[in-house]
Design a protein. Structure first.
Length: 295
């Protein structure tokens, strides 16, 4: 019987102190995958990714799970994944995939392979003047500034033309994008793939008066039945990846003003996979993990 590790962190693990406001998503993932893995003859072991290597003794495969503090400890996180692979443990998604995905400049590479992406400026840091210049270049009045290495909208800022204080500065390597109104009207569409096959799709809408769709900020999710064109647009992003389709992927897309869907993020590290909108997710993942352990 194979043992499957599910990586978590100190703020998503139950009983480990003060939990994140979205730690309930960790619990929902456990409810979805633990019985499915057991049905497939697999044992689940939840492990803090920062635990000593000895904690991984006997583990055959690890999923990166809810290691949701990795962005502030990126080098240590990558070193741990390398160490696990060196011990012969299958890491999903692999250190190679994580290295490619950890900095959002991967979107530039996707664009060179024909993926539809949102217009973006990439800067090491951002001043008020540079933010206003980006609005001019994009022809927009609102700008979203994100960290190049980040997750869950942490540190993200929305700027409005004429309202940026003269001394404002964003001190992280940044990506600047025009605000797209579709986030509040249609919402973001998230396509969940397991080994390159579409599992389920959901629509994520922000709380009234906000633009962030994460549950931490009051975002709401609902099942979405994609049109063939929408499913094809998401599959094109998977096809554009510079490696074989990984165990899991979440492709987040938003409609541009011309009506086309563009990729916002290709979440390949530790995305929440929304099992409540995809009741077959646990079984799909279990079958895929079983195949990987058998190779």
């Amino acid at each position: 019987m194979s043992t499957i590790g599910f990586l978590a962190c100190d703020t998503t693990l139950p009983g480990a102190g003060e939990r994140r406001g979205d730690a309930f998503e960790h619990d929902l993932m456990m409810t979805a995958i633990e019985p499915a893995l057991a049905d497939a003859g697999l044992t689940l072991k939840v492990i803090d990714w920062e635990a000593p290597l000895e904690a991984f003794e006997g583990v055959d495969l690890v999923m990166l799970g809810t290691a949701w503090n990795y962005q502030d400890k990126a080098e240590a996180f990558l070193a741990k994944l390398d160490a696990l692979e060196a011990r012969g443990i299958i890491v999903c998604n692999s250190a190679e995939v994580v290295r490619w995905n950890i900095t959002k400049t991967y979107l530039r590479e996707l664009a060179t392979h024909g993926a539809a992406t949102i217009p973006t400026r990439w800067l090491d840091k951002v001043s008020a003047a540079e933010a206003e210049a980006a609005m001019d270049a994009f022809g927009c009045d609102r700008l979203v500034v994100k960290r190049q290495v980040g997750a869950g909208a942490m540190g993200q800022e929305m700027l409005t033309r004429g309202e940026v204080p003269a001394g404002w500065q964003f001190d992280h390597p940044a990506m600047l994008q025009p605000f797209l109104p579709a986030i509040a009207s249609e919402g973001e569409l998230s396509f969940i793939f397991i080994e390159g096959e579409l599992s389920h799709v959901l629509r994520k809408l922000p709380a009234k008066g906000d633009y962030r769709i994460q549950s931490l900020y009051g975002g709401q999710e609902s099942v979405h039945a994609p049109s063939p064109e929408e499913a094809s647009a998401a599959a094109a992003i998977i096809a554009a990846l510079p490696f074989a389709a990984p165990l899991y992927a979440r492709i987040d897309m938003l409609r541009m003003e011309d009506g086309a869907l563009a990729v916002m993020e290709s979440e390949l590290i530790e995305p929440y996979l929304y099992p409540e909108q995809g009741p077959e997710l646990g079984a799909r993942l279990a079958r895929a993990v079983q195949r990987k352990c058998a190779t």
